[in-house]
Design a protein around this ligand. Structure first.
Ligand SMILES: [Zn+2]
Length: 174
């Protein structure tokens, strides 16, 4: 685990609205250092500076956020990246400190949860296996299967998941 301790910076600017989410889901509002992104997909870079407020992002145990609910949420022993200023956060790949994507503010977190709910309902209905559903999703979104983690998706990708799942539901019903 990499310590982010000595990355102290001055007081972050006032929290502001998230910047525009461009096509392709990139949100360039934050000051993500170019070097952090270069040559990597957005699912791979380590968030260190919050894209919403410029605050410092730290790797923290999930229980610091979820407390008593950690076990129920299946997050025991897991880690999160969290902005120390505005609480934007993102989870990690199970059992690792590799972030699923960029940090999310509350609006994006709710969108990710909604997309996950719709997607899980699809494979839980028995139409597809869970693995099959992830493979299908990755194909539809042109992502490598190991990148198809809704917990790291941007607004537009979440919306796409919701639309794809609804479309599939309707096709089956017809
Ligand atoms: Zn922040």
């Amino acid at each position: 685990m990499r310590s982010l301790k000595d990355k102290k910076m001055g007081p972050p600017p006032e929290p502001s609205e998230a910047g525009p989410v461009g096509r392709g889901g990139r949100n360039e509002a934050g000051a993500v250092p170019a070097a952090t992104r270069q040559g990597r997909s957005r699912a791979e870079f380590l968030p260190t500076i919050c894209r919403y407020c410029g605050g410092v992002i730290k790797l923290i145990p999930a229980k610091m956020v979820y407390g008593e609910s950690t076990r129920r949420l299946g997050m025991e022993g897991e880690y999160l990246y969290q902005c120390q200023n505005c609480n934007a956060r993102v989870g990690c790949h199970k059992g690792t400190t590799r972030p699923l994507g960029n940090v999310a503010n509350e609006v994006l977190r709710l969108k990710r949860m909604e997309a996950h709910r719709v997607f899980d309902a699809l494979w839980k209905s028995g139409r597809m296996t869970r693995t099959g559903a992830y493979r299908w999703l990755a194909g539809e979104l042109h992502l490598r299967p190991d990148r198809a983690h809704i917990g790291g998706f941007e607004m537009d990708q979440c919306q796409k998941v919701i639309e794809l799942c609804e479309k599939t539901n309707n096709e089956e019903a017809a």
